[in-house]
Write a protein that binds this ligand. Sequence first.
Ligand code: BES
Ligand code: MN
Ligand code: ZN
Length: 499
Amino acid sequence: MTSTSRPEFVIAATPASGADVLVLGLYSGDDGPRLAPGAEFLTDGADASILRGLTSVGATGKAGEVTRIPADGAGVRSVLAVGLGSPVEDGPSAETVRRAAGVAARALEGTESAITTLSALDLAAAVEGFALGAYRFTSYRSAASAPKKTPVGTVVLLTAAPAERAQPVVDAAVATAESVALARDLVNTPPNALYPAEFADRARAAGEAAGLAVEVFDEQYLAANGYGGIVGVGQGSSRPPRLVRLTYTSGVPGAKKVALVGKGVTFDTGGISIKPAAGMDHMTSDMGGAAAVVATVVLAARLGLQVDVTATVPMAENMPSATAQRPGDVLTQYGGKTVEVLNTDAEGRLILADAIVRACEDGPDYLIDTATLTGAQMVALGNRTPGVMGTEAFRDRVAALSRAVGENGWAMPFPEELRADLESRVADLANVGPTRWGGMLLAGVFLQQFVADGVEWAHVDVAGPAFNTGAPWGYTPKGGTGVPVRTIIAVLSDIAANG
Ligand code: BES
Ligand code: MN
Ligand code: ZN
């Protein structure tokens, strides 16, 4: 998207003529597919004729399906039907609409303008789906491989809601999609171009544009002030580490304070405990957590949420070199705990620990950290289900809100016996345990040692979900996904509303 390729959205109560394509939702059913509500304006048998046309080319209405037929009396050139699956009593879920709109957006490449009834089902979800589905990242393509077709230009949103009620909904959904796109862009930017200082510059620019207070700390400051985890991980690279702090102050008296922390490893080779070559390119996404929290604090400001938010974002490149940390090194984290670095590839937790301790100095009510932290997350939950850990009530609240926005977070435990796996021969803690078992949970237990007492905390491991190595689906493109931006903004909104 990079905001230039996002479609323009226009709210309409009735279908004005002139759009190229009509985008309809299609339910599946035992007696064949049927049009979802919102298409009642199709009179004179146009609806029946469209449905016949769709059925005759094999449309069933199953979720993810997309069928395009020539228009027949609907005032457009063609009809694009997107499957919504079986009808449910209260109408399709927001996620069903969001995915259908995303599928439609990709099918609409090369189309000037479209008009849709998906907005009659769920306006915000339709806008998010179209905007997120139209996203593309082309900054590093020359004309030789640039896409031939442009993303859909204009989407007319049919809705019964009066424009003055609909417009703020559309604006918030657009702002959300733009922040997700910012996170995706940061993840998709290759690791030679996005290194800690550059990432910090981009975070500063995004923060200042949104009116945030911005602080950037360089490697000298970090070394002089005891940030041993960030310094240790960053010391193998010729491109030194950074710590960025972005603060949104709502101005609301008594507003809750939320700290966000995100892992910003701009490339993870593993360091001296080097990773195998196969798939190492995926480690360009190892700053996905950082990208998400930068994008989310910007979004909180744009939405004017009644909650105070500070993102504390450690950035480092994990490289092997003569200056890199060694397996067996002992470092001192910010705040004074010592850690034996048994495996330099367990680097995320080292930079996060410093940032968590710093974030807790502000006395937040809530702390959310997110990171592409463990391969074990993918072993346990796959590529589309973040693992959510932390203090129990808040963990469950974050997981539930994540599922409500279609990002699928799932609560995971901290079995008490795991703590012993972090015992070190020489230091307060080791950064890895003696076995692979429960690797996602053990990483969470490590972070737990650094969270201040009394802070409600959630840790969201998005190792798989932050980056799509497969084909595009729904509104999710290849590459950076922007997960968990929409989870965290949902949590911030919920805290603003309910404390
Ligand atoms: N960045 C990786 C985790 C990761 C793996 C993210 C695959 C996305 C996809 C992390 O820094 C890492 O290397 N973790 C190790 C920890 C281990 C050494 C305890 C892992 O998961 O293998
Ligand atoms: Mn690693
Ligand atoms: Zn990593």
